[in-house]
Each structure stands twice: as structure tokens, then as C-alpha cells.
Design a protein around this ligand. Structure first.
Ligand code: APR
Length: 234
């Protein structure tokens, strides 16, 4: 069975009603990324950060996976599929994808901040709160403030090694809806084998000067339909 590795970004969830980050009208036009998505922002104003992610969690509860998420999940019928997503939503899982690696954390989970030591929490300390809210003073069993299970700017990306291992073994790499501006995720495609075709789906040109790339310039839902058709023709 051929192995398809899918790397997704905010664009795959745009048609589910989620704003992307860097497009016009995107989240980083409305909020200062340094306030709500950086480790410095967290230490400066925890309440602001908690409220921001509480709001996104509510939005996620109301959102539904779109046809692109569903077509990605459907690939599992004929292929071994690993989804590596930069998204913190759970729309891939809700569409039925069974192997999803989150690079930048998960909105439905929280973990202890571990105070001044800033130690990265262990997997066992991560708590699933679904679509609930977390406030200042909501503490983990060890007594420290709960924080979003999100990789903030300025923090390490613990799952990057696992992601590299998957990309290195891909027969086909598919990238959907990412501006590829944020590292280390943006450099993952470089680990694909030399003979691995890379498909990129995005309505805007994504500057990838790699001879392995076939660009499908369209939104995720239509682009995925075209990608599936291209696979059938092989
Ligand atoms: N279908 C597919 N792609 C789309 C759609 C759509 N309907 N609408 C927009 N896009 C594309 C945009 O053209 C852009 O290339 O999705 C991409 C979104 O890019 P960004 O907003 O930069 O999001 P992403 O690449 O996921 O950002 C990476 O940055 O802010 C951090 O941690 C955050 O995970 C995020 C990371």
C-alpha cells in the first residue's frame, strides 16, 4: 500500500468557517500574534490568552469538517495515510482520519504551565477539556495554572521529529492550505524522498521552487477533488 503524507495548514479549514492567519481578514489582522500566540504574551497576560483560546474552542464546537477533510479521510480506503497538521482544530479527526499528528497543539486540550520552571508537560499531564473553557485560577492537580495545549511562538515543536520521520517515508506528499511561512513545519517537504511527487493545493501561489511540485491552484475542497481524480488516473 502506498503511503500518502498530508501536511495541512489553516487553509484546509477555511471552508469550515475558520479564518486563516495571514490572509486579508485573517486572525493576525484582528489580534496581535505576540499577545495571544507567543510565550511572552502568555506570561504578560494569561487571561487574554485563555479568553482567546476559549473563544476559538467555542467556534470549533460549531464548525463542521468540510469536503476537503472528508476526501483526505477517504484516502485511507486505498492508501496508508498520515496527516500532519499545523491546525489546532479537530476537523481531520471528526472527518474520520485515524492518524493525525498535531504539530502546533490541540485546542481541545490543556496542560499545566509548570510555573517558573517552564518545563514542558508530559503527555500524562495533558487533559482533554473538549469545548469547555479555562479561566485564571483553574489549576492542574499539581497546583499550577492550566494553559492551552498549544505550541506558542517561542516554544519548541515537540512533534517535529515524528513528522520528519513520516515525510522521509512518503511515497506521495500532499500539502493543503498552508502559506509555508512558519518553521520548522515549512521546511518539512525537504525531507521527502527524491522521487516523491509533491502536490500543493492552495488558491494563492505558494513559493516552492522544487521540481517535484505539482501545484493545484484552488481552494481545498475543489483542489482535493482534483487530487483524488489525479490519483485515480495513475
Ligand atoms: N483552501 C485552501 N487554502 C486556502 C483557502 C482555502 N479555501 N483559503 C486560504 N487558503 C490558503 C492561503 O492562501 C494561505 O496560503 O491557506 C494558507 C493559510 O496560510 P496561513 O494563514 O499562514 O496559515 P498556516 O500556513 O496554517 O500558518 C502556519 O502559523 O500562525 C501560525 O500556528 C499558526 O499553525 C499556524 C502556522
Amino acid at each position: 500500500m502506498k503511503h500518502i503524507v498530508v501536511l495541512t495548514g489553516a487553509g484546509v479549514s477555511a471552508e469550515s468557517g475558520f479564518a486563516t492567519f495571514r490572509d486579508a481578514g485573517g486572525l493576525w489582522e484582528k489580534y496581535d500574534v505576540n499577545d495571544v500566540a507567543s510565550i511572552e504574551g502568555w506570561y504578560r497576560n494569561r487571561k487574554l490568552v485563555l479568553d482567546f483560546y476559549n473563544g476559538l474552542r467555542k467556534q470549533l464546537e460549531a464548525a463542521r469538517p468540510n469536503a476537503a477533510h472528508e476526501l483526505i479521510a477517504g484516502l485511507e480506503k486505498d492508501y496508508k495515510v498520515d496527516v500532519i497538521t499545523q491546525n489546532v482544530d479537530n476537523l481531520h479527526e471528526r472527518a474520520g482520519s485515524t492518524r493525525v499528528l498535531h504539530l502546533h497543539g490541540e485546542l481541545t486540550k490543556v496542560r499545566p504551565e509548570n510555573g517558573i520552571y517552564d518545563r514542558t508537560a508530559s503527555e500524562a499531564e495533558v487533559v482533554d477539556i473538549g469545548y469547555g473553557s479555562v479561566g485564571l485560577g483553574d489549576l492542574a492537580p499539581g497546583g499550577s495554572q492550566l494553559r492551552p495545549h498549544i505550541v506558542f511562538f517561542g516554544e519548541a515543536v515537540p512533534n517535529i521529529e515524528k513528522a520528519i520521520g513520516l515525510v522521509e517515508k512518503a511515497d506521495i506528499l500532499l500539502i493543503v492550505g498552508s502559506s509555508l511561512q512558519v518553521y520548522p513545519a515549512a521546511g518539512l517537504y525537504r525531507y521527502a524522498p527524491m522521487d516523491c511527487p509533491i502536490f500543493v493545493i492552495d488558491p494563492k501561489p505558494v513559493p516552492l521552487s522544487d521540481p517535484r511540485v505539482t501545484f493545484i491552484q484552488d481552494v481545498a475542497t475543489r483542489g482535493m477533488a482534483e487530487f483524488v481524480k489525479a490519483l485515480e488516473c495513475k
